[in-house]
Ligand binder design. Structure first.
Ligand code: PEP
Length: 231
């Protein structure tokens, strides 16, 4: 099971230093844990879990004010990235063409790519074939066989709302996604200590991407503990 934490724009450097030190002594070699803190924490190190960046631009360096690029990621030894998170797509207007360009660039540079997809509530309400068409469109120009691809299915209406998708909805969608790629499929969207066990039991769910519930290290540790029972 892959367990990943997305801190988004939360916590401070000191809080993250403390968090990492607690987490690093808890995680062991059998766990597969990734943490995506804000960029200011990229210089922090961990022995037992992977650190990744939540976003970066697809160039080595240059005139891209406000963006992080490959040269600085190399400097910190970062090789994991989130691409296509719904907050990037919906708040910052990243379209499929840009997501695909980022994907190609970071795949060429051998990154593990957590590629996020997920439909809106409007699409969900239209039913199965609308959902499948929409999710398929989020794979346009994406190499679904890339060996370091990890897909995170995160329905937009379940992110940060405290209302996760239902077990049957996750199962049906992951079964569909399994027809598109053989790579690991994570579920994300209001995964909490109370529901992670049931979610990780679902067929074709290979792990979870966790936002709000990962911000407290003790809570995140308990979620990793649950995942240990599901190998
Ligand atoms: C996310 O944004 O990746 C996420 C899963 O958030 P939350 O767990 O808070 O819904």
């Amino acid at each position: 099971m892959i367990i990943a934490a997305n801190f988004k724009s939360n916590l401070t450097l000191q809080k993250i230093k403390n968090y990492f030190s607690v987490l690093d002594s808890f995680v062991n070699g059998n766990d597969d844990v990734y943490v995506f803190p804000p960029f200011f924490a990229m210089q922090e190190k961990a022995k037992n879990f992977h650190i990744g960046v939540q976003n970066a631009y697809c160039e080595f360096n240059g005139a891209f004010s406000g963006e992080i690029t490959l040269e600085s990621l190399n400097d910190f030894g970062i090789k994991n990235i989130l691409i296509g998170h719904s907050e990037r797509r919906n708040i910052f207007g990243e379209n499929q063409e840009l997501c695909a360009r980022k994907f190609d660039f970071f795949a060429q540079n051998n990154f593990s790519i957590f590629y996020c997809i997920g439909e809106s509530l409007e699409t969900r309400k239209k039913g199965k074939s609308a959902i499948e068409d929409f999710l398929s469109s989020q794979f346009d120009r994406i190499d679904v066989d890339y060996e370091k691809l990890i897909v995170a299915y995160e329905p937009v209406w379940a992110i940060g709302t405290g209302v996760s998708a239902k077990i049957e909805e996750i199962e049906e969608t992951h079964n569909f996604l399994r027809t598109l790629t053989k790579r690991p499929l994570l579920y994300g969207g209001s995964v909490q200590l109370q529901n992670i066990s049931d979610i990780l039991k679902i067929k074709n769910v290979d792990g979870a991407l966790i936002g709000s519930a990962s911000l407290d290290v003790e809570n995140f540790k308990k979620m990793i503990e649950v995942a240990r029972g599901k190998k």
